[in-house]
Design a protein around this ligand. Structure first.
Ligand code: AMP
Ligand code: MG
Length: 342
């Protein structure tokens, strides 16, 4: 469900640049138990001290996020991980060495110091070391584990620019670091790496192929392919409608421009989001190009930004052309299917 603005005590939101001084001031807010939004290569994160329950509750309040949806904890270097997790199983060690810093979250057995509010009562915690240099300098200055979900109102598309964060969060957080647009544009790959074979709970920038190369094998959890409705999925966030614009989203197979046109004719305020390969066939009218089938990274980078633009322009129906669900296309289609869930 989309969280409603309002009925929340308004905060004074300080805007920071990415200078050394500003990143220090922003980190100081975190140390004081406040909330700060910071850029990362996946999407912008809404951070607070993961060891301070009161601070973490402010994240849930700002987002309107359900309390049973755990948060990912961000740190700046692998050396510090032992402070927060009980052990680093073999597959986790291999993945950490290969893909950190980067768009990957590992689910690990948590130490007591990580608040139960962060883990939503689970014995595990998701940890990530982001690649973004600004994120890591900020985290290093904090010198604390920083719990941070995506910095959007719960249910809506994740923010990939600081303008998106301002749109959703001015007055709801204590600070926003205005950095670059997120390079990847989709959330991290969430991996349970505690067992014999790593399990992907949420696909992202680190692909199944990349995990297989390092660990020899990989399992993609059933929930990734569709939308699970069970009360207790392995990755709690998976049970919610997610990543969705206000407009209705309908998916259409690659190349079926006739169906796209038909669906667009049914609703006056419709927009078609298609890939470069179909532009000529469809014609340019009432369509936006979201990237290329050949380079699915481009679609990942643009998807959430374009969803938000469509809402701003007041479209009621978004007709989205599918891409192949392999490599990062798996993550794109996972978000697209969730956005299309009624
Ligand atoms: P977000 O913070 O919005 O990127 O969402 C983080 C997602 O990571 C959650 O929705 C969960 O699905 C997943 N996650 C975080 N912590 C855990 C955990 N301890 N076990 C399983 N999944 C987790
Ligand atoms: Mg999120």
């Amino acid at each position: 469900m989309m969280a409603k603005k309002g009925r929340l005590e308004l905060k004074e939101t300080k805007l920071f640049h990415t200078t050394k001084e500003d990143l220090e001031s922003a980190a100081q807010l975190i140390r004081e138990g406040k909330t700060v939004i910071f850029p990362t290569e996946t999407v912008y994160g809404l951070g607070a001290n993961a060891m301070d329950e009161k601070a973490v509750r402010e994240i849930f309040k700002a987002k309107g996020r359900p309390a049973d949806n755990p948060l990912i904890v961000h740190i700046d270097s692998l050396e510090k991980i032992g402070r927060y997790v009980k052990e680093l199983p073999r597959n986790a060690q291999l993945l950490a060495e290969a893909y950190w810093p980067g768009p990957m979250t590992l689910i690990l057995p948590k130490k007591e110091c990580i608040s139960d509010v962060v883990s939503a009562g689970l014995m595990t915690v998701g940890i990530r070391i982001p690649q973004s240099a600004v994120a890591r300098e900020f985290l290093k200055n904090c010198d604390l584990p920083v719990a941070a979900p995506s910095a959007n109102l719960s249910g809506s598309p994740s923010p990939t620019t600081f303008e998106h964060c301002k749109d959703d969060m001015m007055g709801r957080v204590d600070g926003i670091i205005c950095g670059e647009d997120s390079a990847v544009g989709l959330e991290s790959t969430v991996i349970d790496a505690c067992g014999e074979i790593p399990v992907i709970l949420r696909p992202g920038g680190i692909t199944p192929e990349m995990i297989k190369t390092v660990c020899g094998d990989v399992i993609v959890d059933k929930s990734v392919d569709g939308v699970v409705d069970t009360e207790k999925p392995k990755s709690p966030g998976m049970k919610y409608r997610h990543y969705a614009p206000n407009a209705e989203v309908i998916l259409v197979k690659y190349g079926d421009t006739e169906k796209m046109r038909k669906l667009a004719e049914e609703v006056k305020e419709s927009i078609v989001l298609l890939t470069e390969e179909s532009v000529e066939n469809f014609g340019r009218e009432s369509a936006i190009c979201i990237g290329s089938q050949k380079n699915p990274e481009t679609v990942a980078h643009n998807l959430f930004r374009v969803f938000r633009e469509c809402d701003k322009k007041g479209y009621k129906r978004i007709i989205l052309e599918e891409i192949e669900d392999k490599e990062i296309g798996l993550a794109v289609m996972n978000r697209a299917k969730r956005a299309a869930k009624k």
